[in-house]
Structure formats: structure tokens, C-alpha cells
Design a protein around this ligand. Structure first.
Ligand SMILES: NC(=O)c1ccc[n+]([C@@H]2O[C@H](COP(=O)([O-])OP(=O)(O)OC[C@H]3O[C@@H](n4cnc5c(N)ncnc54)[C@H](O)[C@@H]3O)[C@@H](O)[C@H]2O)c1
Length: 377
């Protein structure tokens, strides 16, 4: 069993609980330490509920990193699931104490911090996973193989959209209390919709296609009564192979829950995938009727990623928990092998992917601030 600690994810928090439940699917990890909240009472209560010994529930993550780094039986890795503002600082603390890191996106709020952390993780040879969730979806893993096999030919166009509507309309105090940090620059950084969900479009496109961004042209809008940051963002992307991307993310697109969709067009074929029907995608190949490719079928062949991570037979949906579990499964396998001195594979997003994500956000902000100039990546 790998021993892990968690920073953030206290009672009432969203994604920390998802990480813990996802890890529990595979019984490879044990939670033994944490700094679950800045609030002392919530921190202690969360630790007690999660069965963590009180002497390993820490008041702050710097103290946790030092203490766990010095213990003989210290944690093998930490999972950082706080709001954005302290990802970089917490990552730095654990890396400097020789502890492997899993961190939520974004890696950092500034490019220099992201560069420093990537160099630190790589220089120390520690295993770092950035949890870009969509790399854990079995059908996106299979779609990546289809693209890599060349079935679509040269890709010339990627359309990505991530509309939500939870920031539409008027808010009373209780709804403002529900998502306070995302619209507050001190906690969220300089962007909301672009960084929070637009970053998923950027990562997932690059994960699926391998295309590299050459330059971006971005327009950020702050629509609705909700806070100081963008709630709607549109980005045009030029890729180095000459392909174009059009990425739209919004939290004020009425009628949408979590409607992330990608359409990838090549000279010989196209793929169309949508998060709300995540266990299938449409594949259109020149001269053939459109095919609906679905999870769990033998026609997917010996695709290791798909077969290992499609945990249920076809027709049984798995979703977000399983996607996180798949990421952790690959991370834990690599870490177990590494700790035993065996060869290991990195089949998960890393600090370097996080660095690309932060660079994307920075370049889009630069473009927006300069009145939609094209900005080199
Ligand atoms: N990968 C995904 O699909 C996905 C989905 C949702 C959220 N996220 C990311 O997860 C992170 C958390 O989002 P959330 O929605 O769970 O937020 P949240 O507000 O529900 O939870 C944040 C938690 O961090 C704790 N925290 C904040 N500062 C802390 C500190 N200094 N020390 C200890 N604990 C601290 C808070 O008390 C809270 O428990 C964000 O960075 C967000 O971008 C990613």
C-alpha cells in the first residue's frame, strides 16, 4: 500500500472527496496524513472522520511537508487539492522535502512559478502528476490511439467548447458562498472561466492530437453579476502544423451543465466526443458511414489503456470517479515500480503538462489585454 497525505479536501470541499473515493476503487493507497483545511476546527474534524491519527493532522502544509519528509514511515506522495492560490507553494514545500506530488490544476498562478516547479520536480526525479481529468476517460484514451494510428490523416481543425451555466442569473448569499474563490483573483488567479474549464480544452486537445500550440488570440468577457473575473472566454489557436483551434468556455451559457465537447477534423477522418456521453465517440472516415465507437466492445482490440481502465462492461457508465481512479492507477503503478527500483512508465499528465497549461493561460491573458493581438506561445 502506498501511503499518501492530502492538502485541502476538508469537509464540504468538492474535488478532494472525489480524489479519495477514486483512489479507494483500487485499494493501492492509504490516507495517513493531512492538512485538510485552513480552518482548525474543520481540519481536525476532517482528519477524525477520515481516520487520520491526530498527530498527523497538520495546521499548515509547510509543517506537514517537513514532518512527513523526516519520518521513517512518511507519506509516499501528497495530493494537493486546495483552491488555486497555494498550489505552487504547497508543491514546492513537498518537492523540497523529497516527497512525490499529485496536484490539481492549475500548477501555479504565474509562469515563473510553473517553470521553477517543473524544473524542481524533474531535477529531483520525483513523480509528479497534474490531474487533468480527461486523460483518465477510457474512450478519450482510445480516441488518442486512433489519432496516433493516423486514421484521421493530417489534422487541420479542432473545435473545443466547454459551456456551463452555473453562474447565470442573480445570486443570493448562499450561492455566492458556494463558489467564492473562483471569481476572486486572490484565490483563483487572474482568470476564472479560461483557467478553470478552458484549460481542460487546451490540455485535452493536445493530449488527443499531440498538436503543439504556436500562438493564441483570446477574448475574455466578464458577463453576469458574478465577481471580478471572466465568465466567458473565446480563444483562436494556431498550431505549429498549420492547424486551427477554436476554443470556447463559459459559465454563463444557459442550458448547459458540464457540456465539454471536442471535434477534431483531419484530411481522412474526424472524431466527435462529448463529456455528457463520455463513453462513446463518433468516428467518421472518408468513404464510410459515421461509426459510433463505444466503451467495452471487443472491436476496440488489444488497447491496453482502454481494456485496463474500462472497469465495467459496455452499457454501464463509470464517469468522473473512474477517470480519477484511472489517473491514480497509472500514477501508483509507476510509483510502486520506482520505489522498488524497477522500470516504470509515465502514462499520466505531468508537471510539464501543467507548465503548458499555465503558459496557455498567461498567453491568452496577454492577448486579451492587448486587444486580441496574436501572441506567440
Ligand atoms: N480536475 C478537475 O476536473 C477539477 C474539478 C474541480 C476542481 N478542480 C480543482 O481542484 C481545486 C479545488 O477545487 P474545489 O472545487 O474542490 O474547491 P473547494 O473550495 O471545494 O475546496 C478547496 C479546499 O481547499 C482547502 N484549502 C484552501 N486553502 C488551504 C490551505 N492553505 N491549507 C489547507 N487547505 C486549504 C479549503 O478549506 C477546501 O477544503 C481547484 O484548484 C480546482 O481548479 C479540478
Amino acid at each position: 500500500m502506498l501511503k499518501y497525505g492530502m492538502v485541502g479536501g476538508g469537509k464540504g470541499a468538492f474535488i478532494g472527496e472525489v480524489h479519495r473515493k477514486a483512489m479507494a476503487l483500487d485499494h493501492r493507497t492509504e490516507l495517513v496524513a493531512g492538512c485538510f483545511s485552513r480552518d482548525a476546527g474543520t481540519n481536525a474534524e476532517s482528519g477524525a472522520e477520515l481516520g487520520v491519527s491526530p498527530d498527523r493532522v497538520y495546521a499548515d502544509y509547510n509543517e506537514m511537508a517537513r514532518a512527513e519528509g523526516m519520518r521513517e514511515d512518511g507519506i509516499d506522495f501528497v495530493s494537493i487539492v486546495t483552491s488555486n492560490y497555494c498550489h505552487a507553494d504547497a508543491c514546492r514545500a513537498f518537492l523540497n522535502n523529497g516527497i512525490n506530488v499529485v496536484c490539481e490544476k492549475p500548477l501555479a498562478l504565474t509562469l515563473p512559478d510553473a517553470e521553477e516547479l517543473t524544473a524542481l520536480a524533474e531535477g529531483k526525479g520525483l513523480l509528479f502528476m497534474l490531474t487533468y481529468t480527461f486523460a483518465g476517460y477510457p474512450m478519450l484514451r482510445h480516441a488518442k490511439k486512433v489519432v496516433e494510428r493516423g486514421d484521421l490523416g493530417n489534422i487541420f481543425m479542432v473545435m473545443g467548447e466547454f459551456p456551463q451555466d452555473y453562474l447565470c442569473g442573480d445570486f443570493d448569499d448562499s450561492s455566492l458562498g458556494k463558489f467564492p474563490w473562483r471569481s476572486e483573483p486572490r484565490f483563483s488567479g487572474r482568470t476564472n472561466s479560461l483557467g478553470d474549464i478552458g484549460s481542460h480544452i487546451q490540455f485535452t486537445t493536445q493530449y488527443l492530437t499531440g498538436l503543439e500550440i504556436d500562438s493564441v488570440c483570446a477574448k475574455l468577457d466578464n458577463i453576469g453579476p458574478f465577481g471580478k473575473l471572466d465568465t466567458n472566454s473565446s480563444v483562436m489557436v494556431r498550431f505549429t502544423n498549420g492547424a486551427t483551434g477554436m476554443f470556447w468556455s463559459s459559465q454563463v451559457a444557459l442550458g448547459n451543465d458540464n457540456n465539454f465537447a471536442l471535434r477534431i477534423y483531419g484530411e481522412k477522418g474526424s472524431i466527435e466526443w462529448c463529456n455528457e456521453a463520455a463513453e462513446e465517440f463518433n468516428l467518421s472516415l472518408l468513404g464510410h458511414p459515421t461509426m459510433r465507437i463505444r466503451k467495452g466492445h471487443s472491436y476496440l482490440g488489444e488497447d491496453k489503456f482502454h481494456n485496463v481502465t474500462a472497469r465495467l462492461p459496455f452499457g454501464h457508465t463509470e464517469g468522473l470517479y473512474a477517470a480519477f481512479a484511472n489517473l491514480y492507477l497509472d500514477y501508483c503503478e509507476a510509483l510502486e515500480n520506482k520505489l522498488q527500483g524497477k522500470p516504470y512508465e509515465i502514462n499520466f499528465p505531468t508537471a510539464r503538462d501543467g507548465l503548458h497549461g499555465v503558459r496557455y493561460i498567461e498567453r491568452c491573458l496577454e492577448s486579451n489585454e492587448s486587444g486580441q493581438a496574436w501572441v506567440k506561445f
